[in-house]
Structures are given as structure tokens and as C-alpha cells.
Design a protein around this ligand. Structure first.
Ligand code: ADP
Ligand code: MG
Length: 338
């Protein structure tokens, strides 16, 4: 069953000083026309460099901010205009985990209250049953009973992230939205928390909307990979197809930076040049063209439409020359270097 459906979702933010008639000077397109579906039990990983719109998309999926255009449908319910109790009821299906487990936990509350708070908010059970549910949830993330009456400062970063995960799980959600949940952790504990996510995925029929710039993590967890560039999807594919046969030059460049991940085609020496351009004034045609060694006049003027790749209708790519070998001898366009 489809759990989440994004239908032509857009997010734009006003930026710059307001001019005459109170209109903002510019508009920043953080997310532009994204459609995708997530099935029950599926894990989608959203990848891309910083500034590509991953967190903005995640906030819309998490029902923290409504899209300016398009709609987010969760468990068959369209969320546009949803308010009050109806919105609160739907949010119960979501568990949210963010990057920084230090700022996510109120230092003045004991773990029992931090993890149990969602049960209070939804008025579930009595004091004793709440404590039992909190304990059961803490144990499922690898913490023990003696954590209950302790405070956040008594725990390491990895343990704090486990506490945040317990808090996200305590209402038995259907979908976990996790935005870079490993990035703030020490490398040594990242793999432990990653294993915890893998275990939760195996043992519960949970879906994950997992945002990460780290392809090693994605390789380990994802069923489907979605690559974003400047607010749009440039490639989407089942995990194996993506790692075996990445079609977009941007995906290939991201993969070239982590040669140890996956076993598919790799092109040596392929490195991303320059930075992600500003979404206030995105490049014409294909937004990736200033950084693409394969770019032609067509790429500069015409935005590529998403198309299927390699006869696989689940593998979708928005590129005029999908799967083409990238010409490393050809210098990258000057625009990328400025
Ligand atoms: P990512 O998570 O991929 O790094 P973000 O979604 O955080 O990307 O940001 C995408 C773009 O939107 C960036 O250019 C960022 O500066 C901009 N942006 C994000 N949130 C806001 C906001 N609330 N107001 C203005 N610009 C924003
Ligand atoms: Mg982000």
C-alpha cells in the first residue's frame, strides 16, 4: 500500500529586502515540482549535496510546513489545508529524527519524560502503562532501564540519538523521517546507530524517508534512491539499479567520490567541480549543465524531462544524455569555476 505520495510539490521562500508594494526582492526555489511515492515498509533515501533542498522536502513530508504548491498525501489523506485535530491525528503516523541530538532534547527533563512526551500529548494510557511503553521503546533502541531517570547530559552523542529515535518510535509510527541522523555523530558511533536503523527496518514494518549526503549509509539502508539537485529529482532508481548503473552525470560524480560503495560502473577521476549554484537564480536549461563535462547547447537551453532508463520503468533520470560516458578530457564549463 502507498503510504506517502508527493504530487508536484514545490517550496519557495522570499529572500532579500521587500521593495514597493511589500513584494520580496527575490524568490528562492528550494523544492521544485517533486513527485514520488513511498510504499509501506519501503526506505527511500534522498541524496545530494548541501543546499539541494533535501531538508526542505523532509519538512514538508514531516508535515512541519505545507508546500506552496502541490500536495503531500499521507496514508491516503491529502494534507492540504488540514488543521487542528485532523492534522494532529495524522502526525501520529510520523516519527521525526534530526541531525543534532544535542539540541533536540530539553536538558531539564529526564529521559522518561522526553521519550514519554508524545504519549502525554496524545493522552495515551495511564502513568504506569506510559512508563512501561517508554521502557520497552528504550530497550528496543539498545538502552536500559537505568536511563529512565537520568538527564540528557549524562549520555554520549550516540546514546542521545538513540533517545531521539526512541521518542520518534514511542507512538508506533508508520513513517520515520530522518534528516541526516548520523552526520553529527562521531564516526565510531555512526555505524552503531546505522545498524540500529537497519534493525528497526528489519523488525518493524516501518517506512523510512531517510535524508543523507553519505552514499555509504544509503547503500546500507535504502530500497530506493532519489538524487536531488537544486530542488529537483535528477535520478530515481531501486538501490541495485542505481549502484550498478547510475545514469545521471551528477549521480556518477557523487558515486566517484566513494569508490568503496556498490559494485557497479565507476569512472575514475570524475570529481564535481565548483559548488551548487544559487537556487535564487538557477542556471538555464538543465540546472546541472555548468558543472557537467558532457553539456551541450541543448543542455544549456532545454530542461530535460524525466525519462525511464535501461528499460526499467522504476529507473528514472532527467538528463539529455543519460548513461553517457563523461568526457574527462573536456574542460568543465567556465561558469562552474567562478
Ligand atoms: P539541503 O538540506 O539539501 O542542504 P535545504 O532544504 O536546507 O537543502 O535548502 C535548500 C535551499 O533553500 C538552500 O538554498 C537554503 O538556503 C534555502 N532555504 C531553506 N530553508 C529556507 C528558509 N526557511 N528561508 C529561506 N531559504 C531557505
Ligand atoms: Mg539539510
Amino acid at each position: 500500500m502507498t503510504l506517502l505520495r508527493l504530487n508536484k510539490v514545490c517550496q519557495r521562500y522570499p529572500v532579500g529586502q521587500k521593495g514597493w508594494f511589500g513584494k520580496p526582492a527575490h524568490e528562492l526555489k528550494a523544492v521544485n515540482d517533486i513527485s514520488l511515492t513511498l510504499e509501506e515498509g519501503e526506505t527511500i533515501a534522498i541524496v545530494g549535496e548541501s543546499g539541494c533542498g533535501k531538508s526542505t522536502l523532509g519538512r514538508m513530508v514531516a508535515l512541519l510546513e505545507p508546500p506552496i504548491e502541490g500536495d503531500v498525501e499521507l496514508a491516503g489523506i491529502a494534507t492540504a489545508g488540514l488543521k487542528g485535530q485532523a492534522l494532529k491525528d495524522l502526525r501520529r503516523k510520523l516519527g521525526l529524527v534530526f541531525q543534532d541530538p544535542y539540541s533536540a532534547l530539553n536538558p531539564r527533563l529526564p529521559i522518561s519524560e522526553l521519550v514519554g512526551e508524545p504519549l502525554d500529548v496524545y493522552d495515551i494510557g495511564d502513568k504506569a502503562s506510559r512508563r512501561a511503553k517508554v521502557l520497552e521503546t528504550l530497550e528496543s533502541v539498545g538502552l536500559s532501564e537505568d536511563a529512565l531517570d537520568r538527564y540528557p547530559h549524562e549520555f554520549s552523542g550516540g546514546q542521545r540519538q538513540r533517545i531521539c529515535i526512541a521518542r520518534a518510535l514511542v507512538l508506533d509510527p508508520a513513517l520515520i523521517v530522518a534528516d541526516e541522523p548520523l552526520s553529527a555523530l562521531d564516526v565510531s558511533v555512526q555505524s552503531q546507530v546505522l545498524n540500529l536503523f537497519a534493525e528497526l527496518k528489519r523488525e518493524r514494518n516501518l517506512s523510512f524517508f531517510f535524508i543523507s549526503h553519505d552514499l555509504t549509509v544509503v547503500d546500507y539502508l535504502a530500497d530506493t534512491i532519489v538524487v536531488m539537485y537544486l530542488g529537483q529529482i535528477v535520478e530515481q532508481a531501486p538501490r541495485d539499479a542505481f549502484f550498478a548503473n547510475p545514469a545521471h552525470p551528477y549521480s556518477r560524480a557523487l558515486l566517484a567520490a566513494v569508490p568503496e560503495v556498490g559494485k557497479g560502473k565507476r569512472q575514475r577521476g570524475l570529481a564535481l567541480q565548483g559548488d551548487v549554484p544559487s537556487p535564487i537564480n538557477p542556471p538555464s536549461g538543465c540546472a546541472f549543465h555548468p558543472r557537467c563535462a558532457n553539456a551541450t547547447e541543448t543542455c544549456k537551453t532545454i530542461a530535460p524531462s524525466p525519462q525511464t532508463f535501461d528499460g526499467d520503468d522504476k529507473h528514472i533520470v532527467a538528463c539529455h544524455y543519460p548513461g553517457a560516458v563523461i568526457d574527462l578530457k573536456k574542460p568543465h564549463s567556465k561558469e562552474a569555476m567562478v
